[in-house]
Design a protein around this ligand. Structure first.
Ligand SMILES: Nc1ncnc2c1ncn2[C@@H]1O[C@H](COP(=O)(O)OP(=O)(O)OP(=O)(O)O)[C@@H](O)[C@H]1O
Length: 221
Protein backbone atom coordinates (compact mmCIF):
# COMPACT_ATOMS: atom_id res chain seq x y z
CA UNK A 1 0.00 0.00 0.00
CA UNK A 2 1.27 3.47 -0.88
CA UNK A 3 2.16 5.73 2.03
CA UNK A 4 -0.40 8.53 2.35
CA UNK A 5 0.91 11.73 0.77
CA UNK A 6 0.82 14.82 2.96
CA UNK A 7 -1.63 17.50 1.85
CA UNK A 8 0.21 20.51 0.35
CA UNK A 9 0.49 23.48 2.72
CA UNK A 10 -1.61 26.60 2.08
CA UNK A 11 -0.02 28.99 -0.41
CA UNK A 12 -0.24 31.76 2.17
CA UNK A 13 -1.22 32.01 5.83
CA UNK A 14 -1.72 35.27 7.71
CA UNK A 15 -2.17 34.62 11.38
CA UNK A 16 -3.31 37.65 13.38
CA UNK A 17 -0.93 39.91 11.46
CA UNK A 18 -0.43 43.55 12.43
CA UNK A 19 2.09 46.06 11.10
CA UNK A 20 2.84 49.43 12.59
CA UNK A 21 4.87 52.27 11.07
CA UNK A 22 5.71 54.58 13.96
CA UNK A 23 2.32 55.29 15.55
CA UNK A 24 0.26 54.30 12.49
CA UNK A 25 -1.14 50.80 12.17
CA UNK A 26 -1.03 49.85 8.46
CA UNK A 27 -2.42 46.34 9.12
CA UNK A 28 -4.49 45.31 12.12
CA UNK A 29 -5.09 41.74 13.27
CA UNK A 30 -5.37 40.26 9.80
CA UNK A 31 -6.00 36.52 9.50
CA UNK A 32 -6.41 34.76 6.17
CA UNK A 33 -5.55 31.44 4.50
CA UNK A 34 -5.05 31.06 0.76
CA UNK A 35 -5.54 27.40 -0.18
CA UNK A 36 -2.90 25.73 -2.39
CA UNK A 37 -3.39 26.24 -6.12
CA UNK A 38 -5.59 29.35 -5.73
CA UNK A 39 -4.67 32.93 -6.60
CA UNK A 40 -5.58 36.00 -4.59
CA UNK A 41 -6.84 39.41 -5.60
CA UNK A 42 -6.03 42.11 -3.03
CA UNK A 43 -8.23 45.18 -3.20
CA UNK A 44 -8.77 48.31 -1.12
CA UNK A 45 -8.54 52.08 -1.33
CA UNK A 46 -5.24 53.98 -1.36
CA UNK A 47 -3.49 53.46 1.95
CA UNK A 48 -5.58 50.41 2.95
CA UNK A 49 -2.46 48.25 3.43
CA UNK A 50 -2.06 46.25 0.19
CA UNK A 51 1.59 47.13 -0.47
CA UNK A 52 2.45 46.62 3.19
CA UNK A 53 0.93 43.14 3.06
CA UNK A 54 2.81 42.23 -0.14
CA UNK A 55 6.07 43.45 1.40
CA UNK A 56 5.48 41.30 4.51
CA UNK A 57 4.87 38.24 2.33
CA UNK A 58 7.95 39.09 0.24
CA UNK A 59 10.03 39.39 3.46
CA UNK A 60 10.95 43.03 2.75
CA UNK A 61 9.22 43.87 6.08
CA UNK A 62 8.54 41.95 9.28
CA UNK A 63 5.17 41.98 11.05
CA UNK A 64 4.91 43.90 14.33
CA UNK A 65 2.71 41.07 15.63
CA UNK A 66 1.51 37.80 14.19
CA UNK A 67 2.84 35.28 11.70
CA UNK A 68 3.08 35.14 7.91
CA UNK A 69 3.74 31.81 6.16
CA UNK A 70 4.42 31.09 2.50
CA UNK A 71 3.98 27.49 1.35
CA UNK A 72 4.46 26.31 4.91
CA UNK A 73 7.52 28.48 5.62
CA UNK A 74 7.63 31.26 8.19
CA UNK A 75 8.53 34.59 6.55
CA UNK A 76 10.66 35.69 9.52
CA UNK A 77 12.33 32.53 10.85
CA UNK A 78 12.74 30.92 7.39
CA UNK A 79 13.35 34.11 5.48
CA UNK A 80 15.97 32.70 3.08
CA UNK A 81 13.74 29.78 2.06
CA UNK A 82 10.81 32.12 1.49
CA UNK A 83 13.00 34.48 -0.56
CA UNK A 84 13.86 31.67 -2.96
CA UNK A 85 10.16 30.99 -3.51
CA UNK A 86 8.72 34.48 -3.93
CA UNK A 87 9.27 37.37 -6.32
CA UNK A 88 7.77 40.84 -5.97
CA UNK A 89 6.83 43.14 -8.81
CA UNK A 90 6.52 46.56 -7.23
CA UNK A 91 6.87 50.31 -7.67
CA UNK A 92 10.57 50.02 -6.82
CA UNK A 93 11.54 47.48 -9.41
CA UNK A 94 15.21 46.82 -8.57
CA UNK A 95 16.57 47.80 -11.99
CA UNK A 96 20.13 49.01 -12.66
CA UNK A 97 19.67 52.43 -14.29
CA UNK A 98 22.98 52.53 -16.18
CA UNK A 99 22.71 49.03 -17.62
CA UNK A 100 20.70 48.16 -20.71
CA UNK A 101 17.53 46.06 -20.49
CA UNK A 102 19.47 43.04 -21.77
CA UNK A 103 22.32 43.61 -19.31
CA UNK A 104 19.86 43.92 -16.43
CA UNK A 105 18.46 40.49 -17.20
CA UNK A 106 21.97 39.06 -17.74
CA UNK A 107 22.97 40.11 -14.21
CA UNK A 108 20.08 38.12 -12.75
CA UNK A 109 20.58 35.17 -15.11
CA UNK A 110 24.22 34.85 -13.98
CA UNK A 111 23.20 35.19 -10.35
CA UNK A 112 20.74 32.33 -10.86
CA UNK A 113 23.47 30.25 -12.58
CA UNK A 114 21.57 29.88 -15.85
CA UNK A 115 23.20 27.94 -18.72
CA UNK A 116 22.51 30.30 -21.64
CA UNK A 117 21.88 33.64 -19.93
CA UNK A 118 21.94 35.68 -23.12
CA UNK A 119 19.38 33.47 -24.88
CA UNK A 120 17.06 33.47 -21.86
CA UNK A 121 17.35 37.27 -21.56
CA UNK A 122 16.61 37.70 -25.28
CA UNK A 123 13.56 35.41 -25.16
CA UNK A 124 12.12 37.25 -22.16
CA UNK A 125 12.65 40.66 -23.77
CA UNK A 126 10.70 39.41 -26.78
CA UNK A 127 7.95 38.12 -24.53
CA UNK A 128 7.46 41.51 -22.84
CA UNK A 129 7.75 43.47 -26.11
CA UNK A 130 11.08 45.19 -25.42
CA UNK A 131 13.22 43.68 -28.20
CA UNK A 132 13.70 47.01 -29.99
CA UNK A 133 14.96 48.68 -26.81
CA UNK A 134 16.98 45.82 -25.39
CA UNK A 135 20.25 47.75 -25.81
CA UNK A 136 19.03 51.05 -24.33
CA UNK A 137 20.01 51.96 -20.77
CA UNK A 138 17.13 51.72 -18.32
CA UNK A 139 17.51 55.38 -17.30
CA UNK A 140 16.07 56.25 -20.73
CA UNK A 141 13.01 54.03 -20.19
CA UNK A 142 9.44 55.23 -19.69
CA UNK A 143 7.45 54.01 -16.66
CA UNK A 144 5.62 51.42 -18.77
CA UNK A 145 8.86 50.10 -20.25
CA UNK A 146 10.29 49.72 -16.76
CA UNK A 147 7.20 47.77 -15.75
CA UNK A 148 7.70 45.46 -18.75
CA UNK A 149 11.34 44.89 -17.83
CA UNK A 150 10.41 44.27 -14.20
CA UNK A 151 7.97 41.51 -15.18
CA UNK A 152 10.65 39.95 -17.40
CA UNK A 153 12.91 39.93 -14.35
CA UNK A 154 10.20 38.27 -12.25
CA UNK A 155 9.61 35.62 -14.95
CA UNK A 156 13.32 34.84 -15.02
CA UNK A 157 13.26 34.20 -11.29
CA UNK A 158 10.45 31.64 -11.84
CA UNK A 159 8.95 31.99 -8.34
CA UNK A 160 6.43 29.61 -6.78
CA UNK A 161 4.55 32.68 -5.50
CA UNK A 162 4.41 35.87 -7.58
CA UNK A 163 3.51 39.06 -5.71
CA UNK A 164 2.23 41.65 -8.15
CA UNK A 165 1.74 45.18 -6.83
CA UNK A 166 -0.28 47.19 -9.37
CA UNK A 167 1.06 45.25 -12.37
CA UNK A 168 -1.20 47.17 -14.78
CA UNK A 169 -0.15 50.64 -13.59
CA UNK A 170 1.68 52.72 -16.23
CA UNK A 171 0.90 50.22 -19.00
CA UNK A 172 -0.83 51.17 -22.26
CA UNK A 173 -3.84 49.07 -23.40
CA UNK A 174 -1.60 46.66 -25.33
CA UNK A 175 0.65 46.40 -22.29
CA UNK A 176 -2.30 45.64 -20.01
CA UNK A 177 -3.40 42.88 -22.37
CA UNK A 178 0.12 41.47 -22.51
CA UNK A 179 0.35 41.57 -18.70
CA UNK A 180 -2.99 39.74 -18.36
CA UNK A 181 -1.67 37.06 -20.71
CA UNK A 182 1.58 36.73 -18.76
CA UNK A 183 -0.29 36.42 -15.44
CA UNK A 184 -2.56 33.77 -16.98
CA UNK A 185 0.48 31.83 -18.21
CA UNK A 186 2.13 32.07 -14.80
CA UNK A 187 -0.97 30.51 -13.26
CA UNK A 188 -1.08 27.81 -15.96
CA UNK A 189 2.43 26.76 -14.96
CA UNK A 190 1.37 26.35 -11.32
CA UNK A 191 2.58 29.68 -9.95
CA UNK A 192 0.43 31.16 -7.17
CA UNK A 193 -0.35 34.80 -7.88
CA UNK A 194 -1.16 37.46 -5.29
CA UNK A 195 -2.31 40.51 -7.20
CA UNK A 196 -2.97 43.98 -5.77
CA UNK A 197 -4.79 46.25 -8.17
CA UNK A 198 -7.44 48.93 -8.50
CA UNK A 199 -8.51 47.33 -11.82
CA UNK A 200 -11.07 45.07 -10.15
CA UNK A 201 -12.45 43.61 -13.39
CA UNK A 202 -9.05 42.44 -14.62
CA UNK A 203 -8.15 41.17 -11.15
CA UNK A 204 -11.39 39.22 -10.73
CA UNK A 205 -10.91 37.51 -14.09
CA UNK A 206 -7.44 36.33 -13.04
CA UNK A 207 -7.93 35.35 -9.37
CA UNK A 208 -10.24 32.86 -7.70
CA UNK A 209 -10.05 34.45 -4.23
CA UNK A 210 -10.35 38.02 -3.03
CA UNK A 211 -9.26 39.85 0.12
CA UNK A 212 -10.54 43.40 0.51
CA UNK A 213 -8.73 45.68 2.94
CA UNK A 214 -10.05 48.77 4.66
CA UNK A 215 -7.69 50.65 6.96
CA UNK A 216 -5.59 47.52 7.37
CA UNK A 217 -8.49 45.20 8.20
CA UNK A 218 -10.18 42.55 6.10
CA UNK A 219 -13.78 43.49 5.25
CA UNK A 220 -16.40 42.18 2.84
CA UNK A 221 -15.88 43.67 -0.65
N1 LIG B 1 7.31 53.54 5.08
C1 LIG B 1 6.19 53.96 5.68
N2 LIG B 1 6.26 54.75 6.77
C2 LIG B 1 5.15 55.19 7.39
N3 LIG B 1 3.89 54.88 7.00
C3 LIG B 1 3.77 54.10 5.93
C4 LIG B 1 4.90 53.60 5.20
N4 LIG B 1 4.44 52.83 4.17
C5 LIG B 1 3.11 52.87 4.25
N5 LIG B 1 2.69 53.61 5.29
C6 LIG B 1 1.30 53.85 5.72
O1 LIG B 1 0.67 52.59 5.86
C7 LIG B 1 -0.65 52.62 5.36
C8 LIG B 1 -0.82 51.54 4.28
O2 LIG B 1 -0.03 51.89 3.14
P1 LIG B 1 0.14 50.91 1.89
O3 LIG B 1 1.18 51.51 1.00
O4 LIG B 1 0.36 49.54 2.39
O5 LIG B 1 -1.32 51.02 1.22
P2 LIG B 1 -1.84 50.55 -0.20
O6 LIG B 1 -3.15 49.88 0.02
O7 LIG B 1 -0.80 49.77 -0.93
O8 LIG B 1 -2.08 51.93 -0.95
P3 LIG B 1 -2.07 52.31 -2.53
O9 LIG B 1 -3.35 51.77 -3.12
O10 LIG B 1 -2.07 53.82 -2.49
O11 LIG B 1 -0.83 51.74 -3.15
C9 LIG B 1 -0.90 54.04 4.88
O12 LIG B 1 -1.54 54.75 5.92
C10 LIG B 1 0.50 54.60 4.66
O13 LIG B 1 0.55 55.97 4.88
Amino acid sequence: MDAPTAAPPPALVLHDVSKRYGRRWALARLSYTLPPGRSLLLTGHNGSGKTTLLRLVGTALSPTHGRVEVLGHNCVTQQETVRRKVALLSHASFLYEDLTAHQNLMVLARLLGMDSPSDVAGALLTKVGLTKRSDSPVRQFSAGMRKRLAIARLLMKAPALALLDEPFGELDPAGIQAMEKIIGELKDTGVTVVLATHLIEQGMSLCEERLHLQEGRAVAA
